[in-house]
Ligand binder design. Structure first.
Ligand code: NAD
Length: 340
């Protein structure tokens, strides 16, 4: 059993914690919080051992009825792998803690590539992560891009990618971010950071991205165009996506043409937290014209990286060396069958 600790029990951390408890080869040994919040009560109700960074706050937690197991240092010391899911920029500061404890660790996409010098995506570079001490799981948008680009590039060859990201303004539970009524170019400059971030995983891919933020919370929407190395039929592309366990195909018959309807669909399917772990590729948007491929895909920012974190834990532990085996183990444990 791989002993996993979650440092930072927020949007991503709480999902990864639940996913870890479902894996037959992993054990959740603890989660951490810096202050009392609803999530601390959730951890308590799920019976997750809770650790805190500052033990001086122990009495505050305990008088609120939340048992504290010990310090973050103690949690780290008893883990095989730490998943750092603290806010972007904080994780970098934790690196010294993991070095000191000689523990393996993985970070999220809010950190720079240099935090680990290895950026991870299950389907693109799992084997190269085997046995590493540190890896960074790329962001939600980069994960979504890497999945579709790698699928097409490995089978057909991709000359160039252009992608426009329409990004959600905040996560649904976030009350301090916006915009409330604007379309914000983020950044104004082209390219956005997403293209270079894809290249941390797929360095040979030529890609230019641009991005804007809109008043929405559910998911991001990508408009992707790829110049292919040869002419293929649209059906061949769809078949490649159909075979990919991390790509879902949203069909016209469902009537779904928005992130809101897709979220409702996923909720009705009974997924925990209505999480869409796969890319939501709109089947009828997939179109090849000459050597140009076009598609729209919805990316659930809170969810797609969760399954990647589970595979990354396995890769750096060196317990499973075949990416397809890990992906299958992760998906099956979570009862995740990609939407078709
Ligand atoms: P979040 O704010 O929801 O959760 C972070 C948690 O870490 C909070 O519970 C916070 O209290 C805790 N924390 C803060 N400082 C800490 C410290 N020093 N030690 C331990 N815990 C600490 O953030 P999030 O959205 O889950 O983001 C975490 C990381 O995942 C970031 O790198 C982010 O860029 C990345 N990410 C976020 C999303 C998303 O849509 N939310 C998607 C993909 C990747």
């Amino acid at each position: 059993m791989i002993k996993v600790a979650i440092n930072g029990y927020g949007t991503i951390g709480k999902r990864v914690a639940d996913a870890v408890t479902l894996q037959k080869d992993m054990k959740l040994i603890g989660v951490s919080k810096t202050k009392i919040s609803a999530e601390a009560f959730v951890a308590k109700s799920k019976g997750y051992p809770l650790y805190i960074a500052d033990l001086e706050k122990r009495s505050e937690f305990e008088s609120a009825g939340i048992r504290v197991e010990g310090s973050v240092d103690e949690m780290i010391a008893s883990a095989d792998v730490v998943v750092d899911a603290t806010p972007g920029g904080v994780g970098q500061k934790n690196r010294a803690l993991y070095e000191k404890a000689h523990v393996k660790a993985l970070w999220q996409g809010g950190e720079k590539h240099e935090v680990a010098n290895f950026s991870f995506n299950s389907q693109c570079n799992y084997r190269s992560a085997i046995g590493k001490q540190f890896v960074r799981v790329v962001s939600c948008n980069t994960t979504g891009l890497c999945r579709v680009i790698n699928t097409i590039d490995s089978a057909i060859g991709v000359e160039k990618v252009r992608a426009v990201m329409v990004r959600r303004g905040s996560d649904p539970g976030e009350i301090k971010k916006g915009p409330i009524d604007a379309v914000v170019l983020d950044p104004v400059e082209i390219p956005s950071h997403h293209g270079p971030d894809v290249q941390t995983v797929l360095p040979h891919i030529s890609i230019v991205t641009s991005a804007m933020i809109v008043p929405a919370t559910m998911m991001h929407m990508h408009s992707v165009q790829m110049d292919l190395k040869k002419e293929v039929k649209t059906e061949e592309i769809i078949e490649l996506f159909r075979k990919n366990p991390r790509i879902g195909l949203i069909t016209k018959e469902t009537g779904i043409k928005s992130t809101a309807q897709l979220k409702e669909y996923v909720m009705d399917l009974g997924r925990p937290r209505a999480d869409l772990w796969e890319n939501g590729v709109f089947l009828e948007s997939v179109k090849v014209v000459g050597k140009d491929l076009y598609l729209f895909q919805a990316i659930h920012q809170e969810a797609d990286v969760v399954v990647e974190n589970i595979d990354a834990i396995r890769a750096i532990s060196g317990e499973v060396t075949d990416p397809d085996t890990s992906i299958k183990m992760t998906n099956e444990a979570m009862g995740f069958v990609a939407i078709r």
